[in-house]
Ligand binder design. Structure first.
Ligand code: HAM
Length: 421
């Protein structure tokens, strides 16, 4: 690996690829604002306990994926592996009135020390939302519908929505007991992660993607059959609401998601345009206790991987429009013309809003500078040579028609407008 290359699982992003990224971010803002969500940006690093406490000691993210380090003051800090716990900390820090609803969205880099693969990065980017203050199943359904709409808007529709419930914390002892009884006789044939999960958090075994474990998992009892009445009711109301909103879904009885903070609704959207890492987005309802607070905050949200959305929409042939072309290139022939050329470029950028103007102040030959104009696909070349300087004029060349005329400097903007019309 060359020393200039970014580290494995990270990338440098450049235009034109970034046109797609920017489009995604702008469409996210547009869609989420329509539902009354407002943007928040939290720091890239947080105190480690913000994540450990809420994502769960037994989760893969906490066990093996967090970038955790000590700062100079001996504090344990972590590069955020996800947005939810950090956003809930930020909401708690701002203060929430009793019964107040707060709807937020965020976008930016997240960090997990996973083995890099197609669609699996160590620095990846999420667009996510978190809404707190409403404990209604309608809220869950609307949040999922918003994700569905967002994916449609960015050209990444065609996915499959998988949905399940984790029930309430009071359901867990019965579920854990039933799953422990089921898995214990099989555990010696299961992977190391499953063996660890048996004692730490047995329902997470259901999340294992290992094919050998899958066969055993397929025979496990369905957790939803052990739910209390309230959990069952909640889930059926979410499903009814999704039916009403026309969002198609499939109930996935083994979907538990990899983070411990979930209660009730959990969901994922998989997409056929992705490879082995086929989850384009995931989320659910959760209870998170911000640091220093006794009471948990309940919310609902999701996060979608930006890299994966881009892969999904590329698989459908969708790409952003964007270009690095220039409208005008100013060619300065000789050092003496450079100050005039620079001033002309500056004046036109200010006078003619939105125009892209590159001033070539290399003072190279006309031929070399014309190559620059062609490289930038420029519609117009403004040429400043000795003659033009002496007369207070500029030579304006229409690059498409290969025609040119000498103009007084104060007539340049008019002519540019008519050529670009
Ligand atoms: P998550 O399922 O861990 O959930 O991540 C959400 C999405 O981020 C995934 O579906 C995937 O598209 C993307 N993603 C995750 N890890 C990687 C990676 N290493 N490389 C590329 N993309 C990745 C959460 O993060 C929760 N905070 C979601 C949530 C919000 N739940 C409630 N609110």
């Amino acid at each position: 690996m060359a020393v200039t290359e970014p580290l494995p699982g990270t990338s440098d992003l450049w235009e034109p690829e970034l046109f797609d990224w920017n489009e995604l971010e702008n469409k996210a803002r547009d869609v989420f604002h329509r539902y009354g969500y407002c943007e928040v940006r939290t720091p890239i690093f947080e105190r480690t306990d913000v994540f450990v406490h809420n994502l769960g000691e037994s989760s893969d993210v906490v066990q093996k994926e967090m970038y955790t380090f000590e700062d100079r003051g001996g504090r344990s800090l972590t590069l955020r592996p996800e947005g939810t716990a950090a956003v809930i900390r930020a909401i708690a820090n701002k203060g929430i009135e009793q019964g107040e609803e707060v709807r937020t969205f965020y976008m930016g880099p997240m960090f997990r020390g996973e083995r890099p693969a197609a669609g699996r990065r160590r620095q990846f980017h999420q667009i996510g939302v978190e809404a707190v203050g409403s404990n209604s199943p309608w809220m869950d359904a609307e949040c999922i519908a918003m994700l569905w709409f967002f994916l449609e808007k960015v050209g990444a529709s065609g996915g499959k929505l998988l949905i399940n419930s984790r029930g309430l914390p009071q359901d867990r002892p019965i579920i854990s007991q039933a799953l422990t009884e089921y898995f214990t006789p099989h555990i010696s044939c299961m992977c190391e992660d499953c063996q660890r999960r048996l004692n730490m958090n047995v329902s997470r075994i259901l999340d294992c993607k290992n094919p050998a474990c899958q066969e055993i998992i397929n025979g496990a009892p369905h957790i939803s059959e052990m739910f209390c009445e309230e959990s069952k009711q909640y889930f059926s109301r979410v499903c009814q609401a999704l039916d009403k909103l026309g969002v198609p879904y499939e109930i996935a009885p083994r979907l538990v998601r990899g983070l411990d903070y979930y209660i009730h609704t959990v969901f994922e959207i998989t997409h056929p345009g992705l490879g082995g890492q086929d989850a384009i987005a995931g989320g659910g309802r959760y209870r998170i206790t911000p640091p220093g607070m006794k009471a948990a905050v309940e919310g609902i949200g999701f996060a979608a991987g930006m890299e994966r959305i881009l892969m999904a929409r590329a698989s459908r042939g969708v790409a952003a429009q964007g270009s690095t072309d220039m409208d005008v290139v100013v060619l300065c022939l000789g050092e003496a013309a450079v100050p005039q050329g620079l001033a002309l470029g500056e004046k036109l950028r200010r006078e003619m809003g939105g125009l892209r103007i590159k001033v070539d102040f290399s003072a190279r030959s006309l031929k070399a500078q014309m190559r620059t104009a062609n490289k930038y696909n420029s519609r117009i070349a403004l040429i400043l040579g000795e003659d033009e300087l002496a007369k207070g004029q500029v030579l304006c060349r229409n690059m498409r028609e290969a025609s040119q005329e000498s103009l007084a400097l104060d007539k340049v903007s008019e002519t540019i407008s008519s050529i670009l019309k």
